[in-house]
Structures are given as C-alpha cells and as structure tokens.
Design a protein around this ligand. Structure first.
Ligand SMILES: Nc1nc2c(ncn2[C@@H]2O[C@H](COP(=O)(O)OP(=O)(O)OP(=O)(O)O)[C@@H](O)[C@H]2O)c(=O)[nH]1
Ligand SMILES: [Mg+2]
Ligand SMILES: [Zn+2]
Length: 331
C-alpha cells in the first residue's frame, strides 16, 4: 500500500505552512548512489534531465521513471535522483527513482468547478504572467487569477506586457496599480535587460493565453532556446497553440525559464473562497469594519466604503468579488 502514496502529486510537495506534513521518507525505498538532475522536458513518458549543471561534463540525459513514482509523478522543474546510465551518451537511458521535495507546485483546474487539477510545473520561484497589449487583448481578471494561484504556492507573480509596438500600456497599468507586483512592458526584438536581471539564478515560468508571445519572449531571453512561435489567427485574434509542452531553458547567466503551452482559462478550484481576501492585501487592510464572518460579497461589507476612502482602484474589489462568486459556486 505504501507505494500508492506516490500516485498523489501532493505527496512530493512540502507544505509546512499549511498542514505541516511532509512526505514520509520512511515509506520510500532507499536508493543509493543516485545522480541528481533537473527535469527540462517531458514527452510521453520520456524525460529529459540536465545533470552536472554548470560543470564541464554537464549533459542532457534521457530517462524513464521507476514504476512506483506513478503516472503524474514527474514534472518539468522537478529535481530528481536517477540510476542507470547518466552519461548523456546517445542511446543511454537512465531511470528516475525519486523526486525531491518540491518547493512549489503551480497548478490550475480547467474551471473553478472542476477539481481535477492540471499541474503545470514544480519548483518555480517566479511566474511571469504574460499578456499582450493587443492581439489578443489583455484580460485583467486572468491576471488576478494567476496572481492568486502563484501567491497560494509562495511563488512571486510578475506581469509581462508584450507587443508594446501594437498598443499603449497606460490603461492596463492603471488597473494593475493596486496589485503591488512588478510589471514589465516589452516588445519583440527589443532590449530585455531589466527583465533578465530579475530572472538571474531563479526558476521562472511563463504562463498566458495562446498567442500572447510567451515563446517569442523566451527566445529573446535565451537566444539559443529556438522555441517555435506561431501566428495569431486573424479571425479569432488568438494564437494557435504553437507550444504544446512545457520546456525549461537554461539562461546563460544562470537560472531557468520555462515556456508553457497557452491556456484558455485559469481555474482556481483548489482555492477556498474565504481565503481569497488574503491574496488581496490592499483590500484586506480594510476589512476591520466588516461584520463578523463577512464574505466580502454582501451588502454590509465595509470594503465599498474603504476603497472610496482610500481612493483604491474599484477593479480590484470587483475582481475579488467575481472570484468569490466563482469559487463559492464551485463548492
Ligand atoms: N507585433 C508584435 N508581435 C509579436 C510580439 N511578440 C510576439 N509577437 C507575435 O505573436 C505571435 C504569437 O507569438 P508566440 O510567441 O508564438 O506566442 P505564444 O504565447 O508562445 O503562443 P502559444 O505557444 O500558442 O501559447 C507570433 O506571430 C509572434 O511573432 C511583439 O512584441 N509585437
Ligand atoms: Mg509558445
Ligand atoms: Zn467584507
């Protein structure tokens, strides 16, 4: 029975702040003389793993996973231990025997009522929420959702606005004002130096709708990435899902950037409606005058008055309430 525990994703993840429980290592078989590595790609049960990063014999190794790890047990971003041939020679195949405890697990559900989770990547320090200024048009509520998902995992959210050649960022920046997170505006073939600096030695993942320019951005940050990019459909104004797999790319100065396929929505079924306020610190400060157990989505809620008094952006309260409605109906 013990090995079945590996089938549950969350078992690999440390959540000391929540449940205080950690994976029980005594349940795991002991593996000796393993080689550590970092999972850069997953393709139909085959894993590409970087070993000896930064050393002279740094190499990419192909690996399969040991049976007791389970179906969804290894993700891009995982730090793993391997046995077998880890030389990286052509035809060499290694075996992933254990997955190191995760520091974060970025995940979403298809929508707020769907509790089947889609894990995106593990161990990300930062998430770059990519939105195009036009083509497709930016959506503030999508950003709010990604921010909530990131903060819930202790991941730093950062917004990157692309296609600055097509539209101004003034309006969306105003809406993002209350968020207290870093916002970068970029465009293809332009200097990305300020963004590069915050990626240094971190694991960062790009997320966003299809066609917003995630892969274009990754290519700009890591010119040897050569990620394919695609056209935005003239009719729908959306991308065509050019990228189909998450792939981690090594940054020349140290660190990783993980490109991911476009998503249509970012469901938050794994987050409780009553916890949402904690992800809106600008508003949380105003809840002192709320009635006891206020849902913050009711008439007596003090937040309407608070945003007026403090001159806060009403979009924020609107966002919070939409998320509350959406997550409450999912329960
Ligand atoms: N005008 C303009 N077009 C851009 C810019 N950045 C990206 N594009 C174009 O937008 C289209 C989509 O870019 P991708 O990088 O493939 O988008 P993606 O987010 O990776 O899309 P998926 O892989 O489908 O999720 C391509 O035609 C790019 O050339 C930009 O700064 N300005
Ligand atoms: Mg792409
Ligand atoms: Zn309230």
């Amino acid at each position: 029975m013990a090995n079945n525990r590996f089938h549950d994703e969350d078992d690999f993840k440390a959540r000391p702040t929540r449940s205080g429980s950690r994976p029980r290592s005594k349940d795991r078989p002991e593996y000796k003389n393993t080689t550590p590595g970092f999972v850069v790609a997953v393709d139909r049960g085959r894993f590409t793993v970087m070993v000896r990063e930064g050393e002279k014999d740094e190499a990419l190794v192909y690996a399969i996973k040991a049976r007791d790890i389970g179906r969804k047990g290894v993700l891009v971003g995982d730090k793993v231990q391997m046995q077998g041939d880890t030389t990286g020679n052509p035809d060499a195949l290694a075996r992933i025997v254990t997955v190191d405890e995760r520091t974060s697990l970025l995940r979403r559900s298809a929508d707020d009522t769907d509790d089947s989770e889609r894990a995106i990547v593990s161990n990300a320090d930062q998430v770059l929420i990519v939105q195009a200024l036009a083509d497709p048009t930016p959506r503030i509520r999508f950003i709010d959702r990604c921010v909530v998902a990131a903060l819930d995992e202790g991941i730093t959210p950062i917004v990157v606005l692309t296609k600055a050649d097509l539209a101004s960022d003034t309006e969306i920046r105003k809406q993002l004002d209350g968020l207290d997170i870093q916002v970068f505006t970029v465009q293809k073939d332009q200097d990305l130096e300020p963004l590069k600096q915050i990626l240094h030695n971190k694991i960062s993942v790009v997320i966003g709708h299809s066609g917003v320019g995630k892969s274009t951005l990754v290519n700009g940050l890591a010119p040897n990435a050569q990620r394919p990019t695609g056209d935005v459909n003239d009719v729908t104004g959306r991308g065509r899902h050019t990228s189909t797999q998450a792939v981690a790319i090594h940054l020349a100065d140290g660190g990783w950037i993980i490109d991911t396929p476009g998503v249509r929505s970012f469901g938050l079924a794994h987050i409780k409606a009553e916890d949402l306020i904690t992800f809106f610190p600008d508003l949380e400060a105003g809840t002192d005058d709320c009635p006891r157990a206020c849902s913050h989505n009711e008439e007596a809620c003090a937040l309407d008055e608070y945003i007026q008094k403090e001159n806060l952006n009403p979009t924020r309260l609107d966002s919070l309430r939409r998320l509350i409605t959406s997550l409450s109906s999912a329960e």
